[in-house]
Design a protein around this ligand. Structure first.
Ligand code: ZN
Length: 59
């Protein structure tokens, strides 16, 4: 499973593939992979806080 974050509203979800439409802002946003792949954030099955904390696009 992969964690995804909406580039528009910052909504986070866990799924194999990112949804076509964001369940939160109901737009077709870009989803970034915010899964943790390093031991520092707990490894697989966790969110990487550095990726999740990245500034979201507020255009
Ligand atoms: Zn969204």
């Amino acid at each position: 499973m992969t964690f995804w974050q909406c580039s528009k509203c910052g909504y986070q979800l866990k799924a194999e593939e990112p949804p076509e439409e964001c369940p939160s802002c109901h737009e077709k946003c870009l989803f970034s992979d915010i899964s943790c792949y390093i031991p520092e954030c707990g490894g697989e099955g966790n969110i990487d806080p550095r990726l999740a904390g990245r500034q979201v696009n507020k255009d």
